[in-house]
Design a protein around this ligand. Sequence first.
Ligand code: NAP
Ligand code: MG
Length: 486
Amino acid sequence: MSIEARQYINGAWVAGKSGSPATRENPSNTTEIVGSYPLSSVEETSAAIEAAQAALAGWKSLAGAARSEILHRAANILDEQKEELARVVAREIGKPIGEARGEVKRGVVLLRYYAGEGLRAMGEVYPASDGKTLLYSNRVPLGVVGVITPWNFPVAIPIWKMAPALIFGNSVVWKPAEPASLTGFALMQILEKAGFPKGVINMVLGRGSEAGQCISSHPLVHGITFTGSNEVGRKVALAAVERGVKFQLEMGGKNPTIVAADADLPKAADLTLSAAMRFAGQKCTATSRVIVEESVLSAFTEMLVEKAKSLKLCDPMADDCYLGPVVNRSQHANILAAVDRSVKSGAWLLTGGKKPGGNLENGYFIEPAVFNHVDPQSELGQKEFFGPVLGIISARDLKQAIAIANEVPFGLSAAIFTRDVSKILHFIKSADAGMIKINGETAGVEPHAPFGGLKQSSSHSREQGRAAIEFFTSIQTIAISPSNEI
Ligand code: NAP
Ligand code: MG
């Protein structure tokens, strides 16, 4: 069944005006067209922004409890429809269905968490210097918030941005990434049923360079929350700075896992592979470098390569699928070309890195690639490939391993496998990463704990959990003094 996506503007479903719609092929079988979607024009995007502005006063004046009720309803509807939505995710972006189900379930938890925020404190009371004045702070919404999201977590990321934006009284204009337009439409259909007043939440589709650019530069947008690549993040930030509005960026990673000499090697190999290869390495928190203490390098490498060879590429619709296709033609070509360049520049390809034939020929599959003899300063050691590609780097000792781990511009997530508490403590103190895992994979986050990177991975504000209130509100400080003595 082919999906015909539409935009959602001012409480109405709107087909695109601008010429014929674009189509989306199934990345695991490109002969199947999953659906079509309009490419929203600047006029349509502006209309969505104006609708959000018109809805703002009513929405922000509602009691937190009333907004909370709508978010609870959204959570319940999403929970009822989670299987249908997970199937759209698997067909549109090739995410294995088991992971897609987990992502949708996370969306339900996020909606419930933020529904609860409608009933929590929004400020603090301070002792005034005259002893008579009531001095307090109150958190107020930013206004219209632009939400620009990537394709790789097309349900969880939009929800972890929109749910806090909405509960704190902002109205929203959301642009999903183009490769996840159909999922965006399917999620928006679910949110619509929760009964938001018209204009409070709007969705436009299509080109980042048109709809996305319009959101970041429109004078009525007072806050922009973005997750995606560093290249686009920089443009969004510049447009926000230009207008003096608040922005938040979560971007790329080149996440390291360190395997210390005393690590449980089979566990380290399993979890490193899981972090590197599940969803074909297309997670911002995926491990792309594994830095191994010299004394266990050959034992670990052998184990890892053997396990990598046993991973089977699979149809994302299969319940037990671990490693499906990459998202689209351009990513497929880019990753294969980057693998080629890495071989040419001297890294040793131990397994994978090729397009398979046979019954997978019609999909954007890549066999899981493991390299060793990776120069930490090479492209493979420094750049985010966003595919099923892992580089093994050797280090003399833990100090050198951490130095290599930190020698990239990113700082999203980092892990270490060791049983030694001194190594653990040293790693926590020295790793340049916003997310730190001990004996766990770099990928995977909890919905109620702060999430975000250091260095160029982030603009340094945090998402999820209570941390979200910092971005999605501003603080007013209020002093009420008596007019006369009583
Ligand atoms: P992307 O290419 O940067 O796109 C992100 C979003 O920005 C999309 O909606 C895109 O629309 C839009 N966009 C493109 N050009 C724009 C412009 N000039 N102005 C405003 N918006 C514009 O990223 P992606 O390919 O979707 O996702 C992969 C990247 O996201 C990776 O780098 C990954 O590490 C990062 N990521 C980070 C996190 C995190 O939390 N740190 C989580 C997930 C992903 P179009 O799709 O229409 O171009
Ligand atoms: Mg992109």
